[in-house]
Ligand binder design. Structure first.
Ligand code: PSV
Ligand code: MN
Length: 411
């Protein structure tokens, strides 16, 4: 790789000093940023219309962790892996913990799955039948035990519950069932663990989703306790919704628990984060880095997680590319001169305030990221390093045969 970026970095350092920004602080924030990758982003997935297996894709939970470890080896910022149960069900979770540790990673958030089993056709916690709710709660208990065995401190909840037609069920009764079962789940959490509640406005329910928006997720979190927080999945909003404002509101209420990064154009598309609307991602990060720079604003660290599963891009390559996009948005957000921004706001200088943002967004942060990656011992250009390695080819040879377990769109 050409060394030109070093000169570019020196120039950028000068530019930052000129803008009155603290380069050291910015580097530290980039260096400390960590992002969890999802096991389901490495395994088989598909659309409603079909599943097209990719050569070399992970077939088992062990292989998913192998790929996640490769992502971490190249980026050095993805040390944890979210698991989805039962997709990643295994006989011995202590063994999984040790296997992960040997490869330099660890189990991150545990995601219960109360949407795929036939019993959940009409819901889980929202189901009118007590036995189905009991079954869902028993699964929560199983997940809490997996958390204990693996050392995970996040239970990440998403429910497919809802109704398809007007009149199908009683909204208030469903809300009360959810409240009761979420409280019961909260009581199952291991000590010091958190419970994140994810919302989604539609799909698979087409009329009324039980946890459709941040308001409902927040309400439920507040009813459960301070270790219950909201999870924002970037693909779970209607067109045009101001996600950065939601993020700011949740931060202010001390209930922003974590993120599921991805991007959407139409529905819950699970596209590469930042590939469709990088400016929106940047604006979200402006809220995040501002809060992170303030003491005592966040009761718990924000859990940054990716929730993507690629069908057209090679999975591991797409994951590494995603991490790069996210780091770029964070770095740009860190370049906003917040002092100048606050002054412009106080003077009602609308253009001046916006220019503080665009100046940062338009800065080329690649040299800065390369310099931090060098310090972290990561590949300077992780995607390029992966593409020129023989990892994909090797795995394609090793991994022939059918996947074990299920994944997105795969039953
Ligand atoms: C649902 O669309 C979701 O975003 C939830 O986070 C699930 O856990 C994940 O996708 C995988 O189905
Ligand atoms: Mn999600």
């Amino acid at each position: 790789m050409s060394e030109l970026w070093r000169d570019e970095y020196k120039l950028l350092e000068k530019k930052l000093a000129e803008r009155g920004l603290d380069g050291k602080q910015i580097r530290t924030a980039i260096k400390n940023f960590r992002c969890e990758t999802p096991s389901w982003g490495y395994g088989p997935s598909g659309t409603r219309f079909g599943v097209f297996a990719q050569p070399g894709e992970a077939r088992t939970v062990w292989e998913k962790f192998e790929d996640a470890a490769e992502c971490h080896r190249l980026t050095k910022v993805c040390p944890t892996v979210a698991v989805h149960i039962p997709w990643d069900k295994c006989e011995d979770y202590n063994k999984l913990k040790a296997y992960a540790a040997e490869r330099g990673v660890a189990v991150g958030a545990v995601n219960p799955n109360v949407f795929q089993d036939k019993a959940y056709q009409f819901g889980s916690f929202g189901h009118p039948n007590k036995d189905v709710r009991k079954k869902a709660l028993a699964h929560m208990q199983e997940c809490a035990e997996i958390m204990r065995a693996t050392g995970s401190d996040i239970l990440s909840l998403w429910f497919a519950d809802g109704t398809d037609y007007p009149g199908q069920d009683d909204f208030r009764a469903r809300k009360r069932r959810f409240e009761e079962d979420l409280k019961a789940t909260y009581a199952l959490l291991p000590k010091n663990a958190r419970m994140l509640i994810e919302y989604k406005f539609y799909e698979p329910a087409f009329y009324g989703t039980d946890l459709p928006d941040w308001g409902m997720a927040l309400l439920m979190a507040q009813k459960c306790g301070e270790r219950a927080q909201v999870l924002v999945d970037l693909g779970h909003h209607a067109q045009g919704v101001n996600i950065e404002q939601i993020v700011a509101t949740l931060i202010d209420e001390q209930r922003l628990g974590g993120f599921h990064f991805n991007n959407r154009k139409y529905g819950d598309d699970d596209l590469t984060c930042g590939s469709i609307n990088p400016y929106e991602l940047f604006l979200i990060f402006v809220e995040l880095v501002t809060a992170e720079a303030e003491p005592k604003t966040l009761p718990f660290p924000i859990a940054y997680m990716i929730d993507q599963s690629h069908n057209s891009k090679p999975k591991l390559e797409a994951m590494i590319q995603t991490v790069e996009f996210i780091q770029s948005a964070q770095a740009k957000a860190l370049l906003v001169n917040r002092k100048k921004l606050n002054e412009a706001r106080a003077k009602l200088d609308v253009v001046g305030a916006e220019r503080c943002l665009t100046e940062a967004f338009n800065t080329d942060v690649e040299p800065l990221l390369k310099s931090v990656r060098e310090e972290l011992g990561a590949a300077l250009d992780p995607v390029a390093a992966y593409r020129s390695s023989d990892y994909h080819e090797r795995k394609s040879h090793e991994r022939s045969g059918k996947a074990v377990g299920a994944g997105l769109g795969v039953n």
